[in-house]
Ligand binder design. Structure first.
Ligand SMILES: NC(=O)c1ccc[n+]([C@@H]2O[C@H](COP(=O)([O-])OP(=O)(O)OC[C@H]3O[C@@H](n4cnc5c(N)ncnc54)[C@H](OP(=O)(O)O)[C@@H]3O)[C@@H](O)[C@H]2O)c1
Length: 281
């Protein structure tokens, strides 16, 4: 007899662009698990009733994306250490009616840098954005040794200041900079991270190639398109680049492992993204 189907989902708005259903369903299929993963659009202001509905259908687990990663904290029962540190959640597991919140973006963000054996010693880091994903970035960076300082640039100054306070509370030296100075700061940074959606609609980046040094690492967490304008500029400048899809795969693999307790079939997840063509060189 087949086991009862387990249902997982992602909630956010917009959510139709999400690649998580493709990745997670490929993982379930490749291991023959009787599980399914779907996307639900949940607009701002409808989070509470949506979480109640997910509780009442006894959802097995879910991912949370923009704009709910911070607000969702109020609606779960327990926070694991990653979510506590980031003060944001992207993954929830339902353990016999208790919703447990995790932040797999923390691991997902840092793993591609660890795979490249990046040393953070003496680094000045420019972080663009101060939303839910930026909180995971800050939490991940707080666990790396030797960072000199993090400069945060965001449209809303108030949110940048709030993020800088979170960073300082977990041992990082954080300063807020004006968006108008971003190019000047970029030119002096060792690691540049875009954690805004800018680039998703092929918009030009705020940083051109002339303000990126050859020995800088440029990390765009936007994953669609694969090569954003920022990454194109970084390539042109001869800098090292990190793609957003790498974080997407790592955070998804970690969520899969939390939900199932099984090692994630990362090759199947990658194939769901890139088909038989493989990842970009
Ligand atoms: N690769 C991955 O695995 C991964 C994981 C998580 C997120 N992401 C991507 O990262 C991006 C941010 O996600 P999030 O969860 O942090 O979203 P969020 O909580 O909604 O925050 C968005 C941030 O971007 C800023 N922003 C939005 N539109 C902008 C624009 N047109 N120009 C300049 N700044 C803008 C916002 O500034 P204000 O504060 O001024 O509104 C805010 O700081 C999304 O594109 C998401 O898909 C990727």
């Amino acid at each position: 007899m087949q086991s009862q189907i387990k249902t997982y989902c992602i909630i956010g708005d917009p959510v139709q662009h999400s690649l998580s259903p493709a990745i997670q369903n490929a993982a379930f299929k490749s291991l023959g698990l009787n599980c399914t993963y779907i996307a639900f659009r949940v607009p701002k202001g409808e989070l509470q009733e949506s979480v109640s509905s997910l509780r009442s259908i006894n959802i097995s687990g879910f991912n949370v994306t923009s704009p709910h990663k911070i607000e969702i904290i109020k609606h779960v029962d327990v926070l694991d250490s990653t979510a506590q540190k980031a003060k944001a959640i992207n993954t929830i597991m339902n353990v016999e009616g208790v919703l447990r919140g995790y932040n797999t973006d923390v691991y997902g963000f840092i793993e591609p840098l660890h795979k490249r054996s990046v040393s953070f010693n003496g680094m000045t880091i420019l972080l663009i954005g101060a939303g839910g994903a930026s909180r995971a970035v800050i939490a991940a960076l707080s666990e790396q040794n030797g960072i000199t300082k993090i400069l945060i640039a965001n449209r809303s100054q108030k949110k940048a200041e709030e993020l800088a306070r979170i960073g300082s509370s977990i041992g990082l030296e954080c300063n807020v900079i004006d968006l108008y100075n971003i190019q000047k700061v970029a030119a002096k940074s060792h690691l540049i991270i875009n954690a805004t959606p800018l680039g998703t609609s092929n918009e030009d980046s705020m940083i051109d190639h002339e303000h990126i040094k050859k020995d800088t690492i440029v990390y765009d967490i936007v994953y669609k398109p694969v090569t954003t304008n920022l990454l194109e500029n970084a390539k042109y400048a001869g800098a090292q680049i990190v793609y957003g899809y790498e974080m997407l795969l790592e955070q998804g693999a970690k969520a899969f492992e939390i939900w199932t307790g099984i090692s994630a079939p990362t090759d199947a997840m990658k194939r769901a993204l890139f088909g038989s063509f493989g990842e970009p060189a």
